[in-house]
Every structure is written in structure tokens, then in C-alpha cells.
Design a protein around this ligand. Structure first.
Ligand code: MG
Ligand code: FE
Length: 169
């Protein structure tokens, strides 16, 4: 199925660009967070996972014989979508950051579920397994954020009494 293979290759490239973007976003967020140590710690763990995800995708593409040159060339539409989403991360409030992070994880989960189904259809079980494995890491991150959202919101209200922007981060 050459058509299926073509899509899997393109979507792997998109996923790779997504993870590279995630690394940049997470690094930025970790550096901005001042008063939410549990959130910062969870993000550090996820940054390590994210780097490993990017590396696992590279190994996967190499095994498939997909060119890993020009990996930054994700499809233009996908890049535009991520840049739009990236804008939300520029906000320095922890609440907006959490909202944006959860949205990003949801996009990752969808990407890997789609990729896993596509790779399965192509008959590349190894790629399907990798995508399911990465998907579980994204789900765990999304679950953590979901679980901690109420407390982060309340903690933000405590800090929001201060006029100092730094205090809200
Ligand atoms: Mg990821
Ligand atoms: Fe993620």
C-alpha cells in the first residue's frame, strides 16, 4: 500500500516536528515557572520523555528507510497550527500555561492514535507499537494536568492577589 506508507511517513515527520516544538515549549515553561514546584517537576520529567520520544521517532524513521534529512519540513498547515497554539504558551500565567499544555497533550494523543492506526493498516506493527507507547506517555501527562488543574487554579488565585507578574508564574 504505497499510499498508506506515504501518509505514515508524512505523519511521522509531523510528529517529529511536534516533539521538537514540545521540547522548546516545555523548556520555556519550566524556565518561567517560579512558584509551582510540582508542576515544574512534572514538566521536567515530561521534557525528558519528549526528548526520548523525538529520538525514538528518529530511530523509527531510520528503520523504515524514511529520509531523516529536512526533518524540520513538517507540512505547512501543521506548522501553522502549532505556531497558533504556541502563541498561547507565551502567556505567563500558570492557568493559561496549563490550559495550553493540556491542549497540546490532546493534540499529541490524537496524532499518535491516528499514526498507530495508520501504521497498523500499513502492516508496520513496530511503528504502531511505538506510537501506542508514546501515546500512553502523553495520556499520563494529560491525566496529571487534568488532576492538578483545580489545585493549580486555587494556588493561582492565592498568588493573583499580588500585582507583581512574577508572583503569578
Ligand atoms: Mg510528546
Ligand atoms: Fe507530550
Amino acid at each position: 500500500m504505497p499510499e498508506t506508507r506515504k501518509y505514515v511517513d508524512q505523519w511521522l515527520r509531523d510528529a517529529h516536528a511536534m516533539e521538537a516544538q514540545a521540547e522548546t515549549i516545555l523548556e520555556g515553561q519550566i524556565n518561567r515557572i517560579r512558584h509551582y514546584p510540582a508542576l515544574a517537576a512534572r514538566m521536567k520529567t515530561h521534557l525528558e520523555e519528549t526528548t526520548s520520544q523525538r529520538e525514538r521517532l528518529e530511530a523509527c524513521m531510520e528503520r523504515r528507510g524514511t529520509s531523516t534529512s529536512g526533518l524540520k519540513d513538517a507540512s505547512a498547515k501543521f506548522t501553522a497550527m502549532m505556531q497558533n497554539l504556541g502563541g498561547v504558551f507565551a502567556g505567563d500565567e500558570v492557568v493559561k500555561g496549563t490550559l495550553a499544555s493540556y491542549s497540546f497533550e490532546a493534540m499529541e494523543i490524537a496524532s499518535y492514535r491516528i499514526l498507530a492506526a495508520a501504521a497498523e493498516a500499513e502492516g508496520d506493527t513496530q511503528t504502531a507499537q511505538l506510537c501506542n507507547e508514546i501515546c500512553r506517555e502523553e495520556e499520563a501527562m494529560a491525566d496529571w494536568l487534568k488532576e492538578h488543574m483545580p489545585n493549580l487554579t486555587l494556588a493561582f488565585f492565592d498568588r493573583a492577589k499580588s500585582d507583581d507578574t512574577e508572583a503569578k508564574r
